[in-house]
Design a protein around this ligand. Structure first.
Ligand code: SF4
Length: 257
């Protein structure tokens, strides 16, 4: 059995255990030995093309489960399609938003509406292309809206809790050097705790040992165009570039001053 298939089997088993509320999953020594035998040694595959291909396979396997997911029946019946995530499976930076909106639901890709276009600009200003980073949401389905109404609504805590395991799998596969949570709702979905952006943004947090920067959702900057607010988000991005030891030009340092 290939590593991605073995992992898929284990994940499916763990999901079943979780769904059935069995709190102490266990595996026999033989099972663990079989998995270890089939898992490629990390040192052998690090930075190699086969490692990247493994990640692509593993992400595709999660995406296939998401595409048919009906854990939130109201969202499964109202969505046009699921919105899994996009970008480099080996990304150093992973951006996390809250949920697809109407544009994302229509196109099947996260952050493609006005807020998404602003995020793409920010990524470019940092010196990356959109395809260099990975972009995903806590929720993979658009939060439903009453018939005939416009706009988007924030996901509920229960919806985020239900969908969160898929994001956790994405993070585990991609293993980014830095996570960026966009807005307080994404933080709540990722960390399970709620706070104000005033308390949270602009400093490093941690998600399972991965550095986590919390910053404004780009939609906030579309509503509040004050240069001082744009500068705050940009300072958060500068901290990320510093953490990744990327060169920072004078022009980049001075944005929105
Ligand atoms: S939001 Fe997530 S958990 Fe809920 S139906 Fe969609 S994919 Fe499944």
């Amino acid at each position: 059995m290939q590593f991605p298939s073995a992992l898929e089997t284990v994940l499916a088993m763990l999901e079943r255990i979780r769904d059935e509320n069995i709190h102490r999953p266990c595996a026999s020594r033989g099972t663990l030995e079989t998995l270890n035998r089939n898992a490629p040694h990390k040192n052998d595959i690090n930075n190699s093309e086969s490692f990247r291909e493994s990640k692509i396979d593993m992400l595709a396997s999660v995406q296939a489960r998401v595409a048919v997911c009906t854990k939130c029946p109201h969202l499964a019946s109202s969505r046009t399609q699921t919105v899994f995530g996009v970008g480099n499976p080996d990304a150093e930076i992973m951006f996390i938003g809250e949920a697809p909106g109407v544009d994302e639901d229509a196109q099947g890709e996260p952050f493609v509406g006005r807020a998404g276009q602003l995020l793409t600009k920010i990524i470019k200003a940092m010196g990356f292309a959109r395809k260099d980073v990975y972009i995903a949401n806590i929720l993979k389905c658009r939060p439903d809206m009453p018939a005939g109404s416009f706009g988007n609504r924030a996901p509920t805590p229960l919806e985020m809790q239900t969908c969160r395991p898929y994001l956790v799998e994405q993070i585990d596969i991609i293993q980014p050097k830095v996570l960026v949570a966009l807005g307080a709702t994404a933080v709540e979905g990722l960390l399970g705790s709620r706070g104000t952006m005033r308390e949270l943004r602009g400093r490093w947090h941690s998600y399972n040992g991965t550095p986590l920067m919390i910053t404004y959702h780009p939609a906030y900057l579309l509503r509040n165009q004050a240069p001082s607010e744009k500068r705050k988000l940009w300072e958060d991005m500068l901290q990320i570039l510093e953490r990744l030891e990327k060169p920072i030009s004078e022009k980049q340092r001075n944005y929105f001053l």
